[in-house]
Write a protein that binds this ligand. Structure first.
Ligand SMILES: Nc1nc2c(c(=O)[nH]1)N[C@H]1C(S)=C(S)[C@@H](COP(=O)(O)OP(=O)(O)OC[C@H]3O[C@@H](n4cnc5c(=O)[nH]c(N)nc54)[C@H](O)[C@@H]3O)O[C@H]1N2
Ligand SMILES: Nc1nc2c(c(=O)[nH]1)N[C@H]1C(S)=C(S)[C@@H](COP(=O)(O)OP(=O)(O)OC[C@H]3O[C@@H](n4cnc5c(=O)[nH]c(N)nc54)[C@H](O)[C@@H]3O)O[C@H]1N2
Ligand SMILES: [Mo]
Length: 702
């Protein structure tokens, strides 16, 4: 007998994959049975494989069901279930004791990307609010995602509001995806569909990527394979052709930027005797000179052109410079602030959305911020090593940083060096495994929230089902701990989570909240915005918040960091003993490390090392062989996948698999961060997880 649907609830994934999609959950007998797109949304907005598979997460047998206490050594996996009452007592007592003995800053509170798009159930804001009221804590001051881009945008533009609305791509005559893979790795739930449309319209869509990514296969008219970490050489050479062949819009550059002349001198080789021409670039980045010249000529003539950089090109050594060059290119072609063009800066979600309040975080002078990329160094070295605090405890909410931070072995040493670790999650992740207490939380479909997408919308995400097992929201956990630590009503302000959301709704731009809750969708007014358009339209009336009021291609403020005032090619070649450039991209079927423990992703064959056929041949490696991959940080045994889908000299391993080590410390589970290093790109101190240098040999051969 066909069972009737109990209800259909508008929902939206509160996840860090940059989409924010309007979905519907179909519920039957207290179970989410299917996720579909919300039919009321615009035709270009599409959900994805991760959202449609949410029921596999919510109803997984592997969900944490009750609080757990570690009864063995950290990492042993020996836990016993305890009652919430005992968990709350233990945690509040220990937190109180640590605060008393060592000061609140000795707690390192991690609030990663678990749930980071919700107004209320936001692992970041909940954690910061709790620990601010606790008295203070040590936390992160930037992200793994885009530290270098964010860092340089302040110098370039004086703002990070430099994105675009996807429908503006309708006007682009050329689209360049530079290290971006939006068919797999979302930047908005409309970009992929718009790119499809533009390709079908016959517009050139050029993808510059070491791999033949899904975007190359589905959305591109041309794939330009490039050596990882060398993009600035190609960018400089494109600029060289634009300047030499008279395509550069010098009037635009003069009017809206400062320092373009200095950059031109560098590009033409007047300052160092090295013209950055396509032949020069070919030797560094592996892209044939004629390919570079052809792209530059198209770019110089097809206007407007949207250069859309992924974050990948700034998660490399010297990644700051790629974003500065991308902006210089858009300035040189007069494409900034024009509909159909782009700023060359971050384009995902970097424009205002309708107003909706978020959970407030009270100020505390005792909030010590660390660059996230070097957290294990800060834990291990403490004040003696020049870091601001001595860490005694790590409190994880919505992060799997033991696995996701670079250099997993160092992360384990850091965890093992502290007195006490707590994790709130819904699975027994590697981070949870190295914890003393693990608290089971709800998923985003077991609670109500408003989700901020990357586009000019707000989405209501209803509670599709009641919390399963004995799970609790992070909010409820923090309310209870606040009570016990003596700041109860300061944290909750005597509101339930529903009452917080009602308060937010009342203060927001949404007028008809009943309708919003029924449809799940609130649409902002304008969907044809391009960042910096006000400045470009009237530069005198709308100067930028930079010292010159213009886009600073040359920045004296940036030069104070010790790096060049103009964009410069800072490229690190692999050392002789680790000759392969390894990249660790994000996977279509995961959000960072999420879904790694779930069966449905198995057919996607995640944990294989991608290598070119010719490199395989040269090393005597055959399809499917297991190889040993080594970096100075660690070693991994993994199956190899040979094809012509990756440039020679580079290998690729999707990031996010959970670590599994054998007794000798060799990675067997495919966790990319066994091979990565915590030495950051400077001056931003950002991640460089696409600048990994490895050597590869047959299994057990080295
Ligand atoms: N499905 C899915 N979507 C996601 C995420 C996810 O885990 N899964 N994560 C989200 C998060 S947290 C973030 S920060 C963003 C990340 O967004 P990105 O940083 O843009 O994503 P990546 O997959 O690292 O890289 C994108 C593409 O760049 C290529 N690439 C790598 N190195 C280089 C290089 O040196 N030069 C060039 N030209 N290309 C290079 C890769 O092969 C890949 O195809 O994605 C978000 N969206
Ligand atoms: N090698 C390599 N490493 C990388 C990257 C790379 O490109 N290459 N990318 C980096 C990037 S850009 C990022 S953003 C980081 C991300 O690293 P993390 O912030 O650690 O992200 P996730 O792996 O998604 O882990 C989030 C965890 O939160 C849990 N969670 C989800 N919702 C909730 C909730 O509501 N409450 C609680 N308490 N828990 C919840 C999930 O189950 C999951 O275990 O990884 C970085 N690591
Ligand atoms: Mo990220």
């Amino acid at each position: 007998m066909v069972q009737k649907l109990e209800k259909t609830v508008p929902v939206s994934c509160n996840k860090d994959c940059g989409g924010g999609c309007a979905l519907l959950a179909q519920v039957q007998n207290g179970k989410i049975v299917k996720i579909t797109d919300n039919p009321l949304i615009d035709e270009h907005m599409k959900g994805c494989i991760r959202g449609y598979h949410v029921p596999d997460t919510v109803h997984s047998e592997l969900r944490l069901k009750r609080p757990l206490l570690n009864t063995g050594s950290r990492g042993s996996g020996e836990f016993k279930e305890i009652a919430w009452e005992e968990a709350f007592s233990r945690i509040s007592e220990k937190l109180g004791e640590i605060r008393e003995t060592h000061g609140c800053e000795s707690v390192l509170a991690f609030n990663g990307s678990g749930s980071c798009r919700g107004a209320f159930h936001h692992t970041n804001l909940q954690t910061q609010r709790f620990f601010s009221l606790f008295g203070g804590f040590t936390g992160r001051n930037d992200s793994y995602s885009n530290a270098a881009a964010g860092y340089v945008e302040k110098f370039l533009f004086g703002t990070r509001m430099v994105g675009l609305d996807p429908p503006t791509l309708e006007h682009s005559r050329l689209i360049i995806l530079w290290g971006a893979n939006p068919s797999s790795v979302r930047f908005s739930s409309r970009i992929e569909s718009w790119l499809h449309k533009r390709k079908d319209d016959g517009i050139p869509v050029v993808v510059i990527d070491p791999r033949r990514s899904r975007t190359v296969r589905k959305l591109a008219t041309q794939w330009i394979p490039i050596q990882p970490g060398t993009d600035t050489a190609m960018m400089a050479a494109v600029l060289h052709v634009l300047l030499e062949e008279g395509y550069a819009d010098l009037e635009f550059a003069e009017k809206y930027t400062i320092g373009f002349d200095d950059l031109s001198s560098y590009i033409l080789g007047r300052t160092d005797g090295i013209p950055k021409d396509p032949e020069w670039a070919e030797g560094i980045c592996g892209v044939p000179a004629e390919t570079i010249t052809h792209l530059a000529r198209t770019y110089g003539t097809e206007k407007p052109a949207a250069l859309l950089p992924g974050f990948s090109i700034q998660r490399i050594l010297g990644g700051e410079e790629t974003y500065r060059f991308a902006t210089a290119l858009q300035a040189a072609t007069g494409n900034i602030g024009r509909v159909g063009g782009s700023s060359g800066g971050e384009f995902k979600g970097m424009l205002p959305i309708p107003y909706f309040p978020q959970l407030p975080v009270p100020e505390t002078s005792a909030f010590v911020r660390l660059p996230v990329y070097t957290w294990p160094d800060a834990v291990l070295e403490g004040k003696d090593g020049g870091y601001p605090t001595d860490i005694r405890a790590i409190y994880n909410v919505g992060t799997n940083y033991l696995n996701q931070g670079s250099d997993i072995k160092k992360n384990i040493r850091a965890f093992n060096s502290v007195e006490w670790v707590v994790t709130q999650d819904y699975f027994m992740t590697p981070t949870a495994r190295y914890s003393d207490i693990v608290l089971p939380v709800t998923t985003c479909f077991e609670r109500e929230d408003v989700v901020f997408p990357a586009d000019n919308y707000l989405f209501y995400s209803g509670k599709a089902i009641d919390p399963l097992y004995e799970t609790k929201n992070d909010y409820e956990i923090f309310c209870e701990l606040s009570e016990r630590l003596g700041f109860g009503s300061d944290f909750s302000e005597n509101r339930t989570s529903e009452q917080w959301l009602e308060k937010f709704m009342a203060e927001s731009d949404i007028e008809d909240t009943d309708r919003f809750k029924t449809t799940g969708i609130f649409k902002g007014n304008d969907h044809h915005r391009t960042g910096l358009s006000d400045f470009i339209a009237k530069p005198q009336e709308n100067p930028l918040d930079t010292p010159s009021g213009k886009i600073e291609i040359r920045s004296q403020a940036y030069a104070k960091t010790g790096f060049s005032p103009i964009p410069e090619c800072r490229i690190t070649a692999p050392p002789k003993d680790h000759p392969f450039r390894m990249i660790t991209p994000h996977a279509r079927f995961r959000v960072n490390s999420q879904n790694s423990n779930l069966k449905w992703i198995e057919p996607f064959n995640a944990d294989r090392l991608q290598m070119s056929l010719r490199d395989g041949e040269e090393l005597g490696i055959s399809q499917g062989d297991r190889v040993r991959v080594s970096s100075p940080e660690g070693a991994m045994d993994i199956e190899v996948n040979l094809s012509d889908d990756i440039i020679r000299g580079a290998v690729s391993l999707l990031q996010g698999s959970w670590t599994v080590m054998d007794e000798s410390g060799v990675e067997k589970g495919g966790a990319a961060n066994m091979l990565t290093s915590t030495t950051p790109t400077m001056p931003s101190q950002g991640a460089r997880t696409h600048s990994v240098f490895v050597r590869i040999g047959k299994y057990n051969a080295n």
